[in-house]
Design a protein around this ligand. Structure first.
Ligand SMILES: Cc1cc2nc3c(=O)[nH]c(=O)nc-3n(C[C@H](O)[C@H](O)[C@H](O)COP(=O)(O)OP(=O)(O)OC[C@H]3O[C@@H](n4cnc5c(N)ncnc54)[C@H](O)[C@@H]3O)c2cc1C
Length: 378
């Protein structure tokens, strides 16, 4: 039986980030994925590092999210060091534009303005002029908005490939197409069975995104998780500035090379991962409302499944009394932004280090959190 200090199940942004934290601490680490590495929700992401959702909460969630995105520039530097094509992977700055010549747009603008004032946030500027190549589409007087200098976006796919390469270079054994069929927890050790062979570890980390319950059922646990499908498409770039723009709730434009990523739909309880005609029409309608002159030149469309906990807080922490099985999952629409701090804190917890953030709000076994199917496991 092969032994590792830490085994991570799930090779999305969460699993890869956890593996990185563990290997950086000198651990012998393995990562298993039942499919290809990094090709599920994380691959589908637009790459926004601060979603509109996060701004709405006065909560641990929001604080955690903001602190995680602030770690990004340094975190990325470490991951992408020496990789020329990854140099421009992170871009700071985001606009949020409202058509204030309409009553609806005016109301939405005022709502966000009131919230930002209430929070005494210093991380924004009010604007009525936009970058030069956008100004012609948003005549001053008709539109107003905010600029958030600390928001940022990146190319999620480049990041994932780079993360995978980095952990492999640092010695993590990566096993794609590997399905774990049984998990047994003993004091001081967890044993995992797969078709080919068995493995043992001192620490098992579960990071299987929306498919969490497949693995949790092996340890008699269940997560109150709702899968939420999201669809996006890519169109040719029609403005030159490297800025991300949010419009109404379900429309954002994220520059990606010479294209713009247009997203995203929100489809609770849908498991199919295909890009559909309905999804395409919804995105096109949203886009045409703001840019009626834009053609229908869609270069690529895709979809992914976000893991949404019922209480919308991620699960980060231990799952059992032996403290040898933990979880890092349930980041819904914010997994890319939240990855650095989630993985850092989980590793700090496992290794008995001081936590960079109090994880109490994200305790997996909290009220309305993950629950036991058979009491004996806990
Ligand atoms: C359309 C869309 C747009 C998004 N945009 C953004 C954005 O702009 N910014 C942002 O921060 N977040 C965004 N998100 C959310 C973000 O993508 C997720 O929160 C994040 O990717 C979740 O990462 P994960 O590692 O938990 O899950 P995943 O990336 O889904 O990874 C889970 C992995 O576990 C593997 N797995 C599952 N079951 C098993 C098993 N039984 N055994 C072994 N392996 C298993 C899967 O194969 C997969 O590789 C978006 C999501 C979608 C769908």
């Amino acid at each position: 039986m092969r032994h590792y200090d830490t085994i991570v199940i799930g090779g999305g942004i969460m699993g890869l980030s956890c593996a990185l934290e563990e290997v950086q601490r000198g651990k012998k680490v393995a990562l298993f994925d039942k499919g290809k590495i990094g090709k599920k929700a994380s691959w589908a992401a637009s790459g926004i590092l601060m979603s509109l959702d996060a701004r709405k909460y006065f909560s641990s969630f929001r604080e955690f999210y903001v602190r995680s995105t602030q770690l990004y520039p340094r975190w990325l530097e470490e991951i992408i060091a020496g990789v020329p094509q990854a140099k421009n992977v992170y871009q700071p700055g985001a606009y949020h534009i409202f058509p204030t010549h309409t009553l609806k747009g005016q109301k939405e603008y005022q709502k966000l303005e009131a919230q930002l004032d209430r929070e005494e946030s210093s991380l924004y500027e009010k604007i009525s002029e936009f970058p030069p190549s956008l100004n012609k589409h948003f005549p001053p007087g008709d539109h107003q908005g905010f600029y958030f200098p600390e928001d940022g976006f990146l190319d999620a796919r480049t990041l994932l490939c780079q993360l995978e390469m980095t952990i492999k270079n640092r010695g993590v054994d990566v096993f794609p197409d590997t399905q774990v069929s049984a998990i047994d927890s003993f004091p001081g050790k967890v044993v995992l069975e797969s078709k080919e062979k068995n493995f043992s570890t001192e620490n098992l980390i579960i990071a299987t995104g929306a498919w969490l319950n497949e693995i949790l059922s092996l340890v008699n646990l269940k997560a109150p998780l709702i899968p939420v499908k999201g669809q996006l498409f890519r169109i040719p770039r029609f403005y030159s500035e490297e800025v991300m723009i949010h419009f109404q709730r379900d429309l954002h434009l994220v520059p990606n090379g010479n294209t713009l990523i247009v997203g995203a739909t929100t489809e609770p309880r849908v498991w199919e991962e295909d890009f559909t005609e309905d999804g395409k029409s919804e995105l096109q309608r949203n886009l045409e409302e703001i840019f009626p002159w834009l053609g229908k030149n869609i270069l690529e469309g895709w979809a992914g499944i976000r893991p949404r906990p019922k209480d919308r807080l991620p699960w980060i922490g231990y799952l059992n009394e032996e403290k040898n099985i933990s979880i890092c999952s349930g980041h819904y629409k914010s997994g890319i932004g939240m990855a650095p701090l989630s993985a850092l804190c989980l590793s700090q917890l496992i290794n008995g280090e001081e936590l960079s953030f109090d994880l109490e709000a994200f305790c997996p076994l909290r009220k309305k959190g993950i629950f036991a199917l058979e009491k004996s496991f806990l």
